[in-house]
Design a protein around this ligand. Structure first.
Ligand SMILES: Nc1ncnc2c1ncn2[C@@H]1O[C@H](COP(=O)(O)OP(=O)(O)OP(=O)(O)O)[C@@H](O)[C@H]1O
Length: 294
């Protein structure tokens, strides 16, 4: 070893960056619909145990990326690895195993209206596992409790639930198979400020107790400031910047500045704000909790 080369084996302080496990990686991802190129050579890493907030202006491709990761829409190019495995290259049995490690909460909950909460939670169990009914009932009740719903919610139909209860029931279904990684598509949209804050708290609790990794598409600045460990911003068809809130606040891009330091962000206590960031951009967060409350 030459004197110029660092001797990593003698490092005394562990490098936290080096020890984080990448649970999801996207490399060089391109998605287009006809001539409409939505994602262009996009790269992204999600680390185990983190809550990643994924933001971007309306129509920039946040849902497209999530759906592409979940293979609900095809991509033209790029590699997506889940738990280190390239889904496109693994055998069928491994594909099923990988599918079981992912949970999804779609924006409107997407519960089956003809099924009770219990039956909704049991849908993935029936699809992937072969369990006796009493055990499935027990597991569903456990999930109901885990998301903070009262036991009697298990036998209700989605039409009998409030918006917040629907989100929780949908989260319970997303957790049915004890996934490593859950995707949440705007989980707090449509909730009142108290319900949204409680939902954020629940997500943080589940991350802490289950070691869950959370990929959360959101416009909710309160969630971004209060529960997200890192944030990735989608812009110009790729991830423009990823990092902590502090990284966002110091990132030199007009959209990022306006988003994180605009009128709504400034209302969050403790948010440093630059004097020149007066305006929210045209495609700024549509549903900050305060505006919902007004
Ligand atoms: N199935 C599809 N077919 C054709 N175009 C699509 C399809 N899905 C999405 N798009 C286009 O891809 C672009 C990105 O859409 P996407 O829904 O991912 O935006 P978004 O960032 O999630 O927006 P929002 O924050 O408003 O939900 C839009 O131009 C949209 O019209």
């Amino acid at each position: 070893m030459t004197p110029q080369e660092p001797n990593h084996s003698q490092r005394l302080v562990p490098d936290p960056e080096a020890e984080r496990e990448v649970i999801l990686s996207a490399r060089d991802v391109c998605v287009a619909f006809g001539k409409n190129k939505v994602l262009d050579h996009l790269d992204l890493d999600v680390y185990r145990g983190e809550i990643l907030g994924f933001v971007g202006g309306s129509g920039t491709g946040k849902s497209v990326l999530m759906r592409s990761i979940l293979r609900l829409i095809p991509r033209q190019k790029g590699v997506i690895r889940i738990l280190g495995e390239d889904y496109d290259k693994v055998r069928e049995a491994k594909k099923i195993e990988l599918d079981m490690r992912l949970g999804v909460l779609f924006q409107q909950g997407a519960l089956f209206s003809a099924l009770t909460v219990r039956e909704n939670i049991q849908v993935p169990m029936r699809e992937y596992l072969d369990l006796p009914k009493p055990l499935m009932d027990e597991l569903a009740e456990l999930k109901v409790a885990m998301v903070g719903l009262a036991p009697d919610a298990a036998d209700k139909y989605p039409s009998e639930l409030s918006g917040g209860m629907i989100k929780r029931a949908a989260l319970a279904r997303a957790l049915a198979l004890d996934p490593d990684l859950v995707f949440l598509d705007e989980p707090t949209s449509g909730l009142d400020p108290i319900g949204a804050a409680e939902f954020d708290e629940l997500i943080a609790q589940l991350r802490d107790t289950l070691g869950l990794t959370v990929y959360m598409v959101t416009h909710d600045l309160d969630s971004l400031f209060s529960v997200c460990d890192r944030i990735a911003v989608l812009g110009q068809k790729k991830v423009l910047v990823e990092g902590t809130i502090e990284d966002m606040l110091s990132f030199d891009d007009p959209w990022v500045q306006s988003y994180f330091q605009g009128k709504r962000a400034r209302r969050i206590p403790g948010t440093p704000r630059k004097p020149d960031a007066q305006q929210d951009p045209g495609s700024s967060p549509a549903d900050s909790r305060k505006s919902e409350a007004q």
